[in-house]
Design a protein around this ligand. Structure first.
Ligand SMILES: Cc1cc2nc3c(=O)[nH]c(=O)nc-3n(C[C@H](O)[C@H](O)[C@H](O)COP(=O)(O)OP(=O)(O)OC[C@H]3O[C@@H](n4cnc5c(N)ncnc54)[C@H](O)[C@@H]3O)c2cc1C
Length: 491
């Protein structure tokens, strides 16, 4: 039997769930179907142990503020990410007030950057100077003083040479976010909402464009092995690492030339309560040359479902899979005539990345531990274990000059008629899911976004929508204060 609906969402991670809620709030009468391949929600990258839970707000991630050739610091990307995170906070605060999110999912954990070496210290000082001109970052503190830093992160300073020079910044308003809880809360709400159907253990196998502009979706029930075809007016491919194969199957011309480069993330984890109790921060260092942004080392306080832990990493791992639960053939199966050239060009041009990955894979347990000791000098090996977190698929795409480039952010690819959109890439990720989903809506529902009804509802969900939290300092302060109150966060 062929069923029909208005919106089909593929994937029940944070992106699919956010899209589902937005569509239901903006089009209450719509029929929405969500298909998730696994038998549970948020079990891939959005699972709490599969990501680092950093509320990415560019407070501490040094790769968002590159140094220019003239020595100045470009903070444009940091401003965009910080304001996007404020949009996520507004949306989550709205969902909390609407009783959609009923479980705790966010807490204050100060964000710090910690660097050694004169060049890095100069960089951090200049970065601090440039950033604190904006309300988004005005509360950021800078220190080179051993004793002051020791009050912020005592555990990192014990056993460290007092004469060692360092530069440190600290933002009290940093956060640790449990994206898993947010996703599950949103899907639980959708499961109860009129006109929404959520199918777990259903894998989308193919998508076929119809003459009337709609899409036929071929889905396999993994419990019974039965296959069905459903029809939909709009499809959002929010399948994480599984998005690229589905985009390729859709055959839209906008998806040609894209390839995926999978990198798996590993962390060292410590659950010893005596060690954990002394570290109250997410401390980011500087990434090694040639390494991708998600490889910036960080020592993080985490709290998952009430249980405290410390994470250190990530260490990169090689894997040919596009999903943690994927197949070793994923990369090979994604090869097409239209993406081989860009992928070969990336292999040739990104020598630094390849060298970094090989170095990471060759690391012994002792090498990994030595690296951790740079951040936590008195760490004991027996307190830490290595585990594999989520899988990321970095975008490779055509480039006129270089043949192909590796893109380390996210990208929305949509059909010209706005009936299909797919999200590729993984950074900054879950933290900016709300802004990313609004971008999908702006691309695919431009007329509706401009209509009075949608504008009104969006203003209710995101009071600052359409205004700049970068340029309007007062609005930025007011917005952060308001969401901090609802989400019970420190400012
Ligand atoms: C190691 C690591 C650390 C990270 N740290 C952070 C961080 O600190 N802060 C941050 O903001 N972000 C972080 N991220 C990124 C963040 O986790 C992701 O951007 C985000 O979770 C992606 O959400 P998603 O919904 O797109 O994908 P996922 O959560 O992966 O969800 C996609 C879903 O689609 C399903 N699916 C796939 N194929 C199909 C199919 N054919 N049919 C049906 N369903 C399908 C999958 O089973 C999965 O459930 C990190 C990621 C990694 C890997």
């Amino acid at each position: 039997m062929k069923t029909q609906n208005d919106v089909t969402i593929i994937g029940a991670g944070i992106m699919g769930a956010t899209m589902g809620i937005m569509m239901k709030k903006l089009m209450p009468e719509s029929k929405i179907t969500i298909y998730e391949k696994l038998n549970k929600v948020a079990a891939e990258s959005s699972d709490s142990w599969n990501n680092a839970g950093t509320g990415h707000s560019a407070f501490c991630e040094l790769n968002y503020t590159p140094q220019q050739k003239d020595g100045s610091i470009n903070i444009d990307k940091a401003l965009t990410i910080a304001s996007s995170f404020e949009i996520s906070r507004q949306f989550w605060a709205y969902l909390k007030e609407e009783n959609v999110l009923t479980e705790p999912f966010i807490k204050t954990v100060p964000h710090m950057s910690f660097v050694w070496g004169e060049d890095n210290i100069n960089f951090l000082r200049k970065r601090h100077e440039a950033m604190t001109k904006y309300a988004l970052f005005e509360a950021m503190k800078y220190s080179e003083d051993f004793d002051e830093v020791a009050t912020w992160v005592p555990m990192m300073m014990k056993g460290r040479d007092r004469n060692e020079r360092m530069g440190v910044t600290r933002m009290q308003a940093g956060t640790d976010v449990n994206f898993d809880v947010i996703t599950k809360g949103m899907i639980a709400f959708l499961e109860k909402a009129d006109g929404v159907e959520v199918y777990l253990n259903y894998q989308v196998k193919n998508l076929y464009k119809q003459k009337d502009g709609s899409w036929n979706i071929k889905v396999k029930d993994r419990n019974t092995g039965k296959v069905k075809i459903t029809n939909t007016k709009f499809v959002f491919i929010g399948a994480g690492g599984g998005s690229l194969p589905l985009l390729q199957k859709s055959g839209i011309k906008e998806g040609k030339g894209y390839g995926g480069f999978p990198v798996s993330g590993k962390f060292m984890k410590c659950m010893n309560p005596d060690v954990i109790k002394d570290h109250r921060a997410k401390v980011y260092g500087k990434a090694a040359e040639g390494s991708p942004p998600m490889s910036m080392p960080h020592l993080d306080e985490r709290r998952i479902n009430g249980e405290g832990s410390l994470l250190f990493g990530p260490y990169a791992g090689m894997s040919m899979k596009f999903l943690k639960t994927g197949s070793g053939l994923d990369l090979t199966k994604s090869l097409r005539f239209n993406n081989i050239r860009p992928m070969l060009a990336v292999a040739k041009n990104e020598f630094g990345l390849i060298k970094y990955l090989v170095g990471q894979v060759m690391q012994s347990k002792t090498d990994r531990f030595k690296f951790l000791k740079l951040y936590f000098p008195e760490a004991k090996e027996e307190d830490w274990e290595l585990y594999t977190a989520g899988q990321r698929v970095q975008i490779m795409k055509k480039d006129k000059e270089k043949g192909g480039v590796l893109k380390l952010g996210t990208e929305i690819i949509n059909s010209a008629d706005g009936t299909l959109a797919a999200l590729l890439g993984a950074s900054p990720g879950a933290s900016t899911a709300v802004t990313t989903m609004f971008e999908v809506l702006e691309k695919c529902f431009a007329d509706e976004m401009a209509s009075g009804n949608w504008k009104e509802k969006i203003a209710e969900m995101i009071p600052s929508y359409g205004k700049s939290l970068i340029d309007d300092a007062e609005l930025c302060r007011k917005t952060r204060k308001a969401t901090a109150k609802v989400l019970e966060l420190e400012e």
